[in-house]
Design a protein. Structure first.
Length: 207
């Protein structure tokens, strides 16, 4: 869908599939918008909705990855913007809070390869990725690292908690050898409360 062939573009050495990706994506979206839902039977409609949501997550992962690279290279400074978030807000016409959150997620995913991989595969949504990134930072980072299971289990648990506007902790954070005992964490709390405890902003997530 994103083009074929490996011909360099303009002598720059950029693969044609990479250079053509945005235009191909635009064409693909145009084709999707031209579909008449009434021509699909129930099974086709359901499959289409599930498939589109999965691809929507993958597209968000691609945006996060490219935003992260732009942030690391400080491309935003070329027009005088003071931060990647400020640049996104201006050029992509996003609310400032949302723009900053997207820049933050891109930075966090650099150090979370398993989450980034699942996000890119469409196995978790942007919201799932953001919650995981929040829990892997700040005061909950040690707890997150010590208690996480495989990502699919974490994803399934988070899906139910996020849908209900909360997430549950199965137990208290373990106390590392030679360190002070940390206070018990609540067994259940609102998502915004838990994310505030991790030092992350949760307002952009609607929690």
């Amino acid at each position: 869908m994103l083009g074929s062939g490996g011909v360099g573009v303009g002598g720059s050495g950029v693969d044609a599939t990479e250079a053509d990706a945005p235009a191909s994506l635009t064409s693909a979206i145009d084709a999707l918008l031209s579909i008449d839902p009434d021509t699909l039977d129930d099974a086709q409609l359901a499959d289409a909705v599930v498939g589109l949501h999965r691809q929507q997550a993958r597209l968000a992962a691609a945006a996060a990855r490219l935003t992260s690279a732009m942030d690391a290279r400080r491309v935003y400074a070329d027009d005088g913007s003071r931060s990647c978030g400020a640049w996104l807000a201006h050029h992509c016409r996003l609310p400032v809070g949302q723009a900053r959150a997207q820049a933050w997620l891109g930075r966090r995913l650099r150090t979370m390869p398993a989450t980034a991989e699942a996000f890119a595969a469409g196995e978790i949504s942007q919201r799932h990725a953001a919650v995981l990134a929040s829990l892997a930072a700040g005061r909950t980072a040690e707890f997150f690292a010590a208690t996480r299971r495989n990502l699919s289990t974490t994803r399934d648990a988070l899906h139910g908690r996020i849908s209900a506007g909360r997430w549950s902790i199965g137990g208290n954070a373990p106390t590392p050898t030679g360190s002070r005992r940390t206070p018990p964490m609540p067994r259940r709390c609102g998502a915004s409360t838990c994310l505030r405890a991790s030092g992350a902003r949760a307002s952009w997530m609607g929690c």
